[in-house]
Ligand binder design. Sequence first.
Ligand SMILES: NC(=O)c1ccc[n+]([C@@H]2O[C@H](COP(=O)([O-])OP(=O)(O)OC[C@H]3O[C@@H](n4cnc5c(N)ncnc54)[C@H](OP(=O)(O)O)[C@@H]3O)[C@@H](O)[C@H]2O)c1
Length: 316
Amino acid sequence: MHVWDTLLDRSVIAGYSRLGYALRAAGRSDDDPRPGALAGRTVAVTGATSGIGAAIAEGVAALGAHVIVVGRDGERAQRVAAGLVERFPDARVSVELGDVSDAEQVRDLAARLDRRDVDALVHNAGVMPPERTDSADGHELSLATHVLGPIALTELLLPALRRSPDARVVFMSSGGMYTAPLPVDDLDYRDGQYRGARAYARSKRIQTALVPLLADRWAAAGVMVAGMHPGWVDTPGVSGSLPRFATLAGPLLRGPAEGADTAVWLLGTEPAPPTGGFWHDRRRRPEHYLRRTRFSEAERRAVGERIARIVDDEYR
Ligand SMILES: NC(=O)c1ccc[n+]([C@@H]2O[C@H](COP(=O)([O-])OP(=O)(O)OC[C@H]3O[C@@H](n4cnc5c(N)ncnc54)[C@H](OP(=O)(O)O)[C@@H]3O)[C@@H](O)[C@H]2O)c1
């Protein structure tokens, strides 16, 4: 299975599609988290109002977690929460609102989540800006959404995570990051012609590159950190941002629950997976496929220090 799994991964089209999910899922039912694995635990999921995030919320509710649906639109968030309660009448479901690209809202959201004793965070909110857009604080929007907000939110929640006996944090990246080098000297994508898909891949690359550093940094608080990508998933995000890809790949795209599977597994499997890894379909995956995207450890650290400075200066 291991060799086939690796071949699927390298083939991209087969591995990322619903075919790859089906082939891998066929032989692993004994690897599912046990029923009730998340009972008594509180899991906050950002971007839970749509697509993969809504499916993650459903997956962790099915395992008994108290789910916090984090969204920026109250009506949409309440609708997802009501759907969860209808599906799992015994589930405890809450809603918290906040835009994760906005420093002030991240601070406010963190204060509310802290009071709820969060055990786990899934940084799933994602965006592919159609044109250059700056966040409320003047950062390129995908950097703010995928990197700055999630890291700041976790930093601000360390007291709560430290109180948890089994704290876990998952960053939802993208296979698109495999195409992007680490933009060491241009985190905010100021140089060159802006393209939304490029900005997306660059910010997801930064996010993934930082996971091992964040794992070291948060180890003292007892936090397991994982990056992952979901494959190609049929969601409003994909049909809205990549309509041509969505049409062409349509029959091959995974369903949202298939895209959510690894996140739910990372949260519910026991014991916790090793910290600092990058995952897809419940297995650790490489950080690079292409030689041109490789970077040195010094470059990884330089980016980590720059991001830490922004978070310290602007989000605390
Ligand atoms: N679908 C795929 O094939 C695929 C592949 C690789 C990676 N991913 C990643 O998977 C994650 C989910 O994607 P999806 O396909 O499910 O997309 P989606 O349907 O567009 O959902 C994105 C979610 O993120 C929320 N969001 C966006 N910006 C936000 C912000 N600033 N603050 C708070 N919430 C925000 C959206 O909230 P609203 O409801 O308010 O808009 C929505 O709930 C993303 O991180 C994406 O990059 C997806």
